[in-house]
Design a protein. Structure first.
Length: 321
């Protein structure tokens, strides 16, 4: 088995406090336990021998990690890496975007769960205007595509679907609707009643904009992507609850403190930090081989079983999205 995609969490810290993501009280990982940029780069280089071509930098919030552009540059200098993206809440993006672009970052996913400033604050404790400014600056710098991720929470922001499409058309971005997952163990307890099946959102969009045309998008990953033909605007739906997408998954996650997570649906993790810091190149190579075997077995077991996201108790800010 090859692995083509690695999501790298560089910190478990965040400058927002989304109620579905972070608990009221949280102990952060000590600084010395967080992987250093050189260590992350070492693992990425080793994994390119087994098909790695694409990485995504995540958090927590990656932009709270000092000099994050240094990591981007280090990874972009690896010849086999073809694509580097970042998932960010966008709060400080306007301040970092130019440095990130120069370092080699190509794509952005920006989390926005409401376009209503008051509701955005209620969900995140942040200012929507800061995120909008980050999008404007990033557009001018030529980041493409820029995707807006919206977690749909039944009874809270489900009525904003059409507003998000209008926003995507106005700003020239793509929008991804995401079903709320029972991950993060935030200040509220996840319940199935919070999940709005996205086929209902899709139907509502088609009632206004006409039939959505299946298409693709750079780095679409788990999203099922469609286009509004009259506007050439792309809409994606990520449906981990109503329509899981495990088949053929070739994604791994590197946690901030140095473990490989095989799948969001389980708490199964394989520590790699000690091997990176103290092992030989051969040790690291053998580790990656074992991870690829474990990933293949994990995919098979999950498809055959009734694994639930509720089996996973890890706080989302330390997993990396």
């Amino acid at each position: 088995m090859e692995i083509s995609y690695l999501r790298i969490s560089v910190t478990d810290k965040c400058n927002l406090k989304c109620f579905y993501c972070r608990p009221d009280s949280m102990e952060f990982i000590p600084h010395d336990e967080i992987l250093r940029y050189e260590e992350i780069t070492k693992l990425v280089k080793a994994m390119t021998r087994y098909g790695l071509k694409k990485v995504r930098i995540t958090g927590g919030e990656p932009l709270v990690r000092p000099q994050i552009e240094n990591l981007i540059e280090m990874i972009s200098n690896i010849p086999q890496i073809e694509d580097i993206g970042m998932t960010t809440n966008g709060i400080t993006l306007s301040q970092h975007a130019e440095k990130l672009k120069k370092a080699g970052l190509k794509r952005l996913n920006i989390s926005i769960d409401s376009l209503k400033p008051e509701l955005f604050y209620q969900i995140t404790k942040g200012k929507l205007e800061d995120v909008i400014e980050g999008i404007k600056v990033s557009k001018k710098l030529g980041f493409k595509p820029i995707k807006v991720n919206a977690v749909v929470i039944k009874g809270l922001n489900e009525d904003e679907a059409l507003d998000f499409v209008d926003f995507a058309i106005e700003y020239g971005v793509e929008v991804r609707f995401i079903e709320m997952m029972p991950l993060g163990q935030g200040s509220i307890r996840w319940d199935l009643d919070m999940v709005k099946p996205l086929d209902q959102i899709k139907e509502k969009i088609e009632q206004k904009f006409g039939k959505l045309i299946p298409t693709t998008s750079i780095g679409s990953g788990a999203a099922r992507v469609y286009e509004i033909s009259d506007y050439k605007t792309k809409i994606g739906f990520i449906t981990p609850i109503s329509n899981p997408f495990c088949d053929g998954c070739s994604k791994l996650r590197l946690t901030a403190e140095g473990s490989i997570k095989l799948c969001l649906r389980t708490d199964e993790e394989i520590p790699v930090k000690d091997i990176i810091r103290n092992g030989t190149e051969e040790d690291l190579d053998n580790f990656i081989k074992k991870v690829l075997i474990a990933k293949e077995i994990s995919n098979s077991n999950i498809q055959k079983s009734n694994y639930s996201f509720s089996d996973c108790v890890r706080v989302m800010t330390s997993i990396g999205g």
